[in-house]
Write a protein that binds this ligand. Structure first.
Ligand code: LER
Ligand code: MN
Length: 271
């Protein structure tokens, strides 16, 4: 198990679920000094970023990039893949392809959460699910040409109306039939949608490639009522080798939240 956290890339001034404060360079140094192994970069538009400079900062500090997070493509720019709006989905596709190019450069995965959109944006289209999976397949095929893995993230019903729990996620992965697509599970969403967090994790098996950690109230672990001893025991039993990465509300501030999270991660990895 590796320890990660979400930080804003240089083109995102503030992320609702990103940690650490200061300049990008200061965040990277702080992540390393706290003991994190890697950071997920929350980006908005890779064409505005100096990939070489970011890579040098990360490599000099010794911080890996397990994945590029796409939440702000939706959060800041409203981009979605599944919508009846042809222009909008084409802009979302183009932007996602440029995120995939960037991920290839960083040898990182790309997550698809809120940016996938919603079936109800298809205005009652027949075969909405098939249309949605076809949209995801197009992205996965592009990613395969770049040797990039995609992680599909089930998210709760208030943020999307499809792929809400681990079982939906596994169904989508089976139907996509793309070996470069796996599942990432976010404990916050699982607490709302999965009957059992432990069973949901187990059901993903070796398709579980990444985990987002937060407590039930989406604050740092220990602030809510999730049973982390049981969750970590399950991940250990599964032989999970990927990242457990903090994506949570920066409360009481983005540095304390990162500090509290690493304390829990260090305690749980010893269990
Ligand atoms: C948003 O709730 C989330 O969990 C992100 O990782 C997906 O966009
Ligand atoms: Mn998440």
């Amino acid at each position: 198990m590796k320890k990660g956290l979400v930080i804003c890339g240089p083109d995102v001034a503030w992320g609702p679920l990103a940690l650490l404060s200061g300049t990008f360079e200061e965040k990277v140094l702080e992540a390393v000094s706290l003991g994190y192994d890697g950071c997920e970069l929350m980006v908005r538009d890779p064409s505005r970023l100096d990939w070489g400079a970011i890579k040098r900062t990360l490599e000099t500090a010794g911080l890996a990039v397990p994945q590029i997070v796409t939440g702000e493509l939706f959060g800041a720019d409203g981009l979605v893949l599944v919508t009846a709006d042809v222009q909008l989905r084409s802009r979302a596709e183009q932007r996602l392809c440029s995120v995939i190019d960037m991920a290839a450069y960083f040898n990182a995965m790309v997550n698809i959460g809120r940016v996938r959109g919603r079936l109800d944006l298809l205005n009652g289209m027949e075969n909405a699910w098939e249309f949605a999976t076809q949209q995801l397949r197009r992205i996965a095929h592009y990613a395969r040409t770049k040797n990039v893995r995609i992680v599909l993230e089930p998210i709760n019903r208030y943020e999307s109306d499809f792929i809400n729990n681990a079982s939906d996620g596994m169904r989508a992965i089976e139907e996509l039939e793309c070996d470069n697509v796996g599942l990432m599970l976010d404990l916050f969403h699982m607490n709302i949608e999965d009957a059992s967090i432990e069973q949901g994790l187990l059901s993903a098996g070796d398709k579980l490639w990444h985990v987002h950690i937060a407590d039930s109230n989406r604050r740092y672990p220990g602030s809510g009522h999730l049973d982390f001893n049981s969750i970590f025991a399950t991940l250990k039993d599964m032989g999970f080798q990927g990242y457990i990465s903090a994506e949570l509300i920066p409360f009481p501030d983005p540095d304390v939240a990162a500090q509290k999270t690493i304390e829990l991660l260090k305690r749980c990895e010893k269990l």
